[in-house]
Design a protein around this ligand. Structure first.
Ligand code: ADP
Length: 482
């Protein structure tokens, strides 16, 4: 992370410095050169103006006289500029300095030519005998046709150079200041970028370690904030997946615990009886037969549990396919009731069937519907001590509604929604004689839903329960038109 902040810092610094150096430095150099040219032009203008003034004073004096010489001296003093006069041959004939150093020397042919043609000339010269580089302008001496030669004005250009140098120095300082300022700004910028990034990295590491409840909190509203939000969304999803995984694990553990519990009870009983028999503790044949019968029934219970479990697993894994065809409900429930008659008679419970006339056929797998009905009727008889169990079938819209009503113990309201859960038994302490697996209603629910039907329960504790199952009619499932 430190590396990252360093590289952000380096990149920002590089671009800032490049901008400052290119922007300030380069434009400074350009500006100073433009300014130099501008000052030169201004100086040149001024010299030309002065030269024209000098010419105005001497344009009618073709001869070098004392008075002309004095005029030149006085202009030299008032303009602080050296003045030379040259004749039509380009030979210097008079100077304002009164020295004879330059007198008699020739000026450049190009200057002489342009002056004789009536044009001005400008040149930057290093003139022999003059220390500083000079800016010179030449104008014709005379007027119109009468040109006697030329007037040259010299001004040192040192001042111009000094101004340009000052300007460059100022720009250099400004650039240096810009470099220092941009380094400070880059430090702040890279800190303000890397700080939230570091927070994000810390949180992401925590999330990576499995702390899915961690969230990134950054106080920016830029792309870094977007990144933080994306990471938070990711963490939320991970947290959800983890919660689901945890829940599944819980369900799996509960399931294993329930299966073990359901198996252990009959196995412990069988083991106890076997030990007693082995140890020869049961001497009477009659008692022994009783022991065998109990062990047999416990074995049957384990069988039932395994069958129910297999059934439920297959249903939950969508491995059960229904063999559906039109089924006569009245016939089916009468058969079921008939098979439970002995059990009902044993308990002294009245078992009755009521079916509506012209009951439509349902489109179902008859074996599976029989399984549903058996589970419900078995429960009704199991949890009813006296009174009656009624099987009622009638039409309800597109379904045939089958109700199993009993006058048994009923179910308290808080357990009503839980009885469809696998392994749920209202009273775990009830007598072993009941021998439920707690899977019956879970299987009923799965089977009904597989038939695209629905089921519900109503109950009044102490008065009885009604389990209702709706199964689709043939007409509903396969409309006549098709
Ligand atoms: P079990 O094998 O225990 O009957 P079920 O899944 O069939 O398992 O039923 C779950 C629980 O619902 C039962 O243990 C019982 O407590 C309650 N129950 C089911 N049917 C009835 C009923 N007709 N009357 C009262 N309680 C019932």
């Amino acid at each position: 992370m430190l590396g990252m902040s360093k590289s952000i810092f380096r990149r920002l610094l590089f671009s800032f410095l490049a901008t400052v150096l290119l922007g300030l430095g380069l434009s400074g150099i350009l500006v100073s050169s433009f300014a130099r040219t501008y000052i030169y032009d201004a100086k040149e203008e001024e010299l030309l103006r002065m030269a024209k003034k000098v010419n105005a004073a001497i344009k009618n004096s073709p001869r070098i006289t004392r008075s002309l010489q004095n005029t030149l001296i006085s202009y030299d003093q008032s303009f602080d500029t050296r003045i030379w006069l040259f004749d039509t041959n380009g030979k210097i004939v008079a100077t304002s300095m009164q020295d004879e150093v330059f007198t008699g020397k020739s000026v450049a042919v190009s200057i002489t030519e342009s002056v004789l043609q009536g044009k001005n000339a400008v040149s930057e010269l290093q003139i022999e005998g003059l220390q500083d580089p000079m800016l010179s302008v030449s104008v014709p001496w005379g007027e119109g046709e009468k040109v006697y030669g030329g007037i040259i004005l010299h001004a040192p250009i040192e001042g111009v150079e000094r101004t340009a140098a000052q300007m460059r120095e100022t720009i250099l300082w400004a650039t240096l200041f810009g470099v220092v300022l941009s380094t400070a700004m880059v430090s702040y910028l890279s800190w303000s970028i890397s700080r939230p990034l570091r927070t994000i990295e810390r949180t992401a590491t925590e999330i990576g370690r499995g702390n899915y409840s961690e969230r990134v909190v950054v106080d920016t509203s830029d792309e870094i904030n977007d990144l933080a939000q994306t990471i938070n969304t990711l963490a939320e999803k991970l947290e959800k997946v983890e919660r689901e995984r945890h829940h599944l694990e819980q369900v799996r553990n509960d399931f294993l615990a329930n299966v073990s519990h359901e198996l252990r009870t009959p196995l412990t009983a069988i083991q106890g009886f076997l030990e007693a028999l082995q140890d020869g503790l049961v001497e009477e044949e009659e008692a022994r037969q009783k022991y065998y019968a109990v062990m047999y029934s416990e074995t049957m219970q384990i069988n039932r549990l395994v069958d129910d479990l297999m059934d439920l697993m297959k249903l939950e894994n969508n491995e059960v396919t229904l063999a559906r065809f039109p089924v006569n409900v009245a016939e089916l429930i009468n058969k079921i009731a008939f098979s439970f008659t002995p059990e009902a008679e044993d308990k002294g419970i009245d078992l009755a069937v009521e079916t509506a006339d012209d009951l439509p056929q349902i489109y179902a797998d008859p074996d599976r519907v029989a399984q549903i009905m058996k589970n419900l009727v078995k429960n009704a008889l199991k949890f009813t001590e006296q009174g009656e169990v009624r099987l009622i079938a009638d039409v309800d819209d597109k379904y045939v509604r089958i109700r199993v009503q009993d006058t048994g113990m009923g179910i308290v309201a808080e357990d009503l929604h839980r009885i469809w859960e696998r392994f749920f038994k209202v009273d775990r302490g009830r007598s072993r004689k009941d021998k439920g697996t707690g899977l019956g209603l879970a299987i009923v629910k799965e089977l009904v839903e597989l038939h695209e039907g629905k089921c519900s329960v109503e109950s009044v504790p102490g008065e009885g329960s009604t389990f209702t199952v709706w199964l689709p009619t043939v007409a509903y499932y396969r409309p006549v038109s098709s």
